[in-house]
Design a protein around this ligand. Sequence first.
Ligand code: SF4
Length: 265
Amino acid sequence: MVGGQADVKLVSNAMANATRRKIMAMLAEKERTRAEIAQAAGASMLDYHLQMLKQAGLADIRDDAVSLTEFGRNFLNEKADKPMQAKKDLSGTAPLQITEIRQLLPCIADASKFRIIARIEPQLGGALKLLEPLFARARYSERIGALIIQKGNVLITLYSTGNVTMTMIGSEAEAQAVLQELKDTINKAIASGVTPAAREKVKVDHAEVYKYLPKTDCKICGEQSCYAFAIRLVGGETALEKCTPLQEPSFATSLETLRALREYL
Ligand code: SF4
């Protein structure tokens, strides 16, 4: 492993996946057989995951035995010594070079829209959290390690690993434009090197919440109507989870948006 640009990319791609991280953690304990790995991490796409680790130089595969390479072991040790540090400012953060669309998937809630899977590089890692004030409606989630940005109906989730998802996008051209705007905004902040100043968040009102509810007035939530539910939700007197119809696949995008809006209530 020479540690060049391509190698760094292979390693970060290999470690961006939860199954592969799990396999690495297993291998850190001892050498494993394929059957042991399949039992603990799942047999689905096991060959692919192992190949990704091998190509990145992290794991060695001999017949049925899988083990860490020396590079893989050093990589894990280094990571354990230096957990991802929360950055204090943007100095030293590399500007985004690549923004590319990987997949356009049909949006479950609206057949005329797309769900986009994209990629930005280099990864923003610990700097991502500092970017929250750049956007009027954005929140950083420690749980998933991602910055969630709302722009109109579009919900953008920017993961510290470089993966990006966008919902309710009208076309590939729109997705490109959104990505470009994101890249320009972030790179402008990185060029200044300082943390963006905290910005007052835009508040959400009940009319906006109502827009994303099923509007069937079914009363399952215990309220007389969806509008009444929206008012009580904004007032903090009920919980989003009480609207069980929102769990249906056809409302998946609305639910995702409402969860993001809830953060600003
Ligand atoms: S459960 Fe949901 S869909 Fe039914 S009335 Fe309440 S908010 Fe509306």
